[in-house]
Design a binder for this molecule. Sequence first.
Ligand code: SAM
Length: 194
Amino acid sequence: MEKKFVNSKKHGLRNIDLFERLVKKFDINSIENVLEIGCGVGILAAHLNKKYDMDVLGIDIDPEQIKLAKEHQEEKENLQFMVADATKLKFSENQKYDLAVSTFVLHHIPMWTEALSEINRVLKQKGYYIFHDLTYSKNLVKIFKPLSRKFGLYSAKDITEFLEENNFKIIYEEKARQFIFKIYCIVFQKNETI
Ligand SMILES: C[S@@+](CC[C@H](N)C(=O)[O-])C[C@H]1O[C@@H](n2cnc3c(N)ncnc32)[C@H](O)[C@@H]1O
């Protein structure tokens, strides 16, 4: 059911609206290479390519999603889709991308810290990571710990602490109130190391 919802054009347009709001928060002109993690049917990836002429690779672990992305979006030299696992971005060299974005993906990944470590590895210094996802309270994370083998269970603090410990800073944050979980959008920037 979630797949049907996220694959809808309406949901894709919401992701585009979100990105357009965020554009003002960072230096869009510094972005050439983009990695979209868990791209689904590729609506956001295609938008970034078309509107900003960015070189975009969309990856998804589900071959069906990548098949749909290839059917619905016009692949070209600077817009590609590929089956890959966010926790093992073996195809990519270190420090390749200026921007990584994931919308509603990390809550599907039990080993979410591995996905964040991979994002760190493939992002350039001063590169950006847009996290947009469900987060849970610390108490819910504790209560539902037995489910953490199937889902990504984390609080917003878990995400920010992990990334801050790994050399990122927050440059923008917004949250929408929800009942059981909160949807957070956080833009991180990787610090420059000397
Ligand atoms: C809820 S959908 C969101 C799709 C899209 N980002 C959007 O917002 O419309 C989650 C997507 O993440 C993908 N996914 C789940 N685990 C993944 C992993 N380990 N690596 C890459 N993609 C993954 C799923 O196959 C699915 O397409």
